[in-house]
Design a protein around this ligand. Structure first.
Ligand code: NAG
Ligand code: NAG
Ligand code: NAG
Ligand code: NAG
Ligand code: NAG
Length: 183
């Protein structure tokens, strides 16, 4: 009797845990815009999202760096959508080559770790030639973001030697963990 109850309780916990992992968080890319401001240095061949299911959207990018780069800066901002996009939570600038060598920024490190398995942009400077992101998506279990539910845009503006070269702006919607919120 007790062992049966124990089994039912454990099975219930297992289902609850599974439910939480699979259904509690929804993260979906909703838009991806790329633009080069200096096509003699960086060209985009494509930048697109591909929906493979209701909750899974893959991000692809293919570009070429026509000359080597060893001095790059990223200006990243996160905006929350509420009557237009408003700045929210994050606004920072990173020395890209120093970051790739030393990983000195813990927040960017988390984002970079999620991303680097899907890209050849995973080494230290200098960069040259094809720059590829292939079928990038976020798995639910990695999605404990400190955000409230909503629509967001992550704007990334890239500078070489302090001059603007291109933008990659990604919009996404995020629905937070309802089970976790009850605790
Ligand atoms: C990317 O977002 C920034 C910040 O809102 C904006 O200034 C820039 O024009 C956007 N770039 C593109 C290509 O839409
Ligand atoms: C544009 O790219 C070329 C390299 O092809 C570089 O010499 C030039 O300085 C860049 N222009 C700006 C404004 O960064
Ligand atoms: C990227 O685009 C270039 C130019 O269209 C193409 O030759 C190359 O095969 C593409 N690479 C990938 C990984 O799609
Ligand atoms: C970088 O990505 C390439 C191709 O995606 C892969 O073969 C290589 O092992 C990766 N390198 C690191 C250091 O992760
Ligand atoms: C990158 O280039 C800018 C503009 O030329 C310069 O001010 C800056 O010191 C350079 N940064 C590094 C790390 O070399």
């Amino acid at each position: 009797m007790w062992s049966k109850l124990l089994f039912v309780a454990l099975f219930g916990l297992f289902l609850a845990a599974k439910f939480e992992v699979n259904d509690a968080v929804v993260f979906r890319f909703t838009n991806f815009v790329c633009e080069s401001y200096n096509k003699s240095w960086f060209v985009f061949h494509n930048c697109r999202l591909k929906a493979v299911s209701r909750s899974k959207v893959l991000l692809n990018m293919n570009g070429t760096l026509l000359h080597s780069v060893d001095n790059a800066t990223l200006h990243a901002q996160i905006f929350k959508k509420a009557n237009g996009f408003k700045p929210w939570v994050l606004d920072g600038t990173v020395d890209v080559c120093r970051f790739l060598k030393k990983g000195y920024n813990p927040f960017i490190q988390i984002v970079f770790n999620l991303f680097k398995g899907f890209s050849n942009i995973n080494h230290t400077c200098p960069f040259v030639g094809p720059q590829i992101v292939k079928d990038f998506y976020l798995q639910n279990e990695l999605l404990r973001l400190p955000f409230p539910t909503g629509d967001y845009m992550l704007s990334m503006q890239w500078f070489f030697r302090n001059k603007p070269q291109f933008d990659t702006n990604v919009s996404f919607s995020y629905v937070e963990d309802l089970l976790k919120r009850k605790n």
